[in-house]
Structures are given as C-alpha cells and as structure tokens.
Design a protein around this ligand. Sequence first.
Ligand SMILES: [Zn+2]
Length: 322
Amino acid sequence: MSNRRLLFAVLMAATFFTASGQAQHFDKGGPRQGSVFMPGSPGGGPGSDTEEQEKEQTKEAPGDDSSNVSAENMPSELNDEQKEEVVQFVIGNSTFIMFHEAGHMLISELGLPVLGREEDAVDTLSAILLLEGRDETLDQAITDSADGWFLSGEQMAEDDEYAFWDSHGIDDQRAYQIVCMMVGHDAEGFKEFADSIEYPQDRREECVSEYEQARNSWYTLLKPHLNPEGKKSKIEVVYEKPSTADQKPAADLIKESKLLEHAAEMFGDLYQLKPGIKFVGKSCGEPNAYWYPGERQVTFCYELAQYYIALDTQWHINNPDG
Ligand SMILES: [Zn+2]
C-alpha cells in the first residue's frame, strides 16, 4: 500500500460528511450518503457494491497532489521500500493527530458539550472520521495509527519514560481503543489486524455497539454545525521554517504531503467555523501537537513527525523481514 493516495483519500472522505448530498457520485450502490455518518443507517460494508465504485473514483480522481511526497530523505539505513513505508506511517499517524487536534478545535469553537474525558472523545472522533472515509488508504492510516500507539507504548516501557502526552491516556490504552473502533466499524475488514494483536473476541462484539453509539453521538453533536451546501469556512495554513537542520526531512514530509491543507479543507468544508482559525506547522521544542483556544490555532510540531520517523525506522531495523 502506497502512501500516495492517503491525503487525497482524506479529502474524498470529507465529501461523505456533508449533509447535503454533495457526494452523490459515490451513491450508485444505494444509500451511500446515509451509510456514512447517519445514525441508524444500514451502511454497506467492505465488499458491498459501492466499494469498487469508491476505489475507482479515488484512483482516477484528478489532483492527487499527495503524490509529491518524497521518501528520499528518510534515514539512510532503510531501503527504498522501507522508506516508503516510513513515509506512509508518518502521514497516517500525523493525520490521526491532526484530526484529534481538530476535534479539540470543534469542541472549543462550536461549544460542544463533552461527556467523559475530552481526550478520549477526540480520539474517537478522529477514528470515526478515518473509518467513515471507507477507503483502503484511510484504513491503512488508522492501522498505522494504532501501530504507532503500540510502538510508542513499547518504547516508553523500554526507556522507562512517562508519556509526553499530558492528560492523554496511556499509549496502549489509546491503541486498544482505536482497535475497538476499527473492529466495531468493520470486524471482518480488520480481523487480521485484531488477530495479530490478540484482541479478545468478546470485546470485538461489544465494540460493534460502542462504535455505533460513538458515531451517533458525534453525529448528533455535529449535525447542527454542518455547512449548508456550497458554503465553506476558511482555515489558514502556515508552515514555518524548522528551527534546526535535522528537522528538515520531517518538516518537508509534512509540507509536501499537504497534511495541514487537507485537514483545513476537510474541516472548513464541513463545519461552520468563524474566520481566523489557523493550522500551523512549526518547531516546538517537543514532539507534540496542540489546539490553542485563545489563539484559535492548531499547531503540529515537526518534532512529532520526526518522532514517528524514528519510531518506525527503529521498528524496521528491529524487524528486517517485517
Ligand atoms: Zn488532545
């Protein structure tokens, strides 16, 4: 699976979330629109007649500018194939994080009530957005993301470190929660992955209703804030220069992938947001990402992309046949 279509697929996913039926070109196989974020809709799972149509559309769609992402500057101890995989891993994980931060933005900007921990709520939203995109590249992104949390959990345990994400769940817990959403959404499609981590069978069954409940709750919360047809909100995107030369490959990867533009376009197209919100890529001094309510800004730190590059590179070194 190549990374090349990933961010384009995010954009395609965005068209599903509109209430107005703008995504009708996907609708040949039935109630496609309703199958996405509508409570109680039947939904066509993998293998449904809409799936081929969807892949076709994505494959042939013009303007796939994420194909510019170069793997050249990934660590030199990796072969070309591994470099491509690292790029995909970084984009997949970074997409999940951007959606997570954008979730904080929605809660703050739209004044949404949150039951339970906000961190868990926006992790769930991020997972739903990726899963409801129903595209193999997004499926790969969420798989990479669960992998990312498992790997960072392992590394923390080895290094005897505490998670750098204050107030976020322990990495393993986050990973298992994401896996719950994955198997809750599509038990068959993610069976192999769930098996590989020995995800308990009885949990998989519970996850089906947990997923549905989470999706319906988010839908109910967000529906009144969807943009009417033809209207878009503007989110400004800024890439600052990385503050050190060693961050350049990570910064270039994020910029070339248009991670921030795609997220800005997706959330701006979907929701009624007041002008002035910014998505910023920059060096922060730590691997992290933030929503700053006062500045109305999502910050994605280049150090985080750098961290994901190092994490997956180490995995490839430890698992040369993987
Ligand atoms: Zn958070």
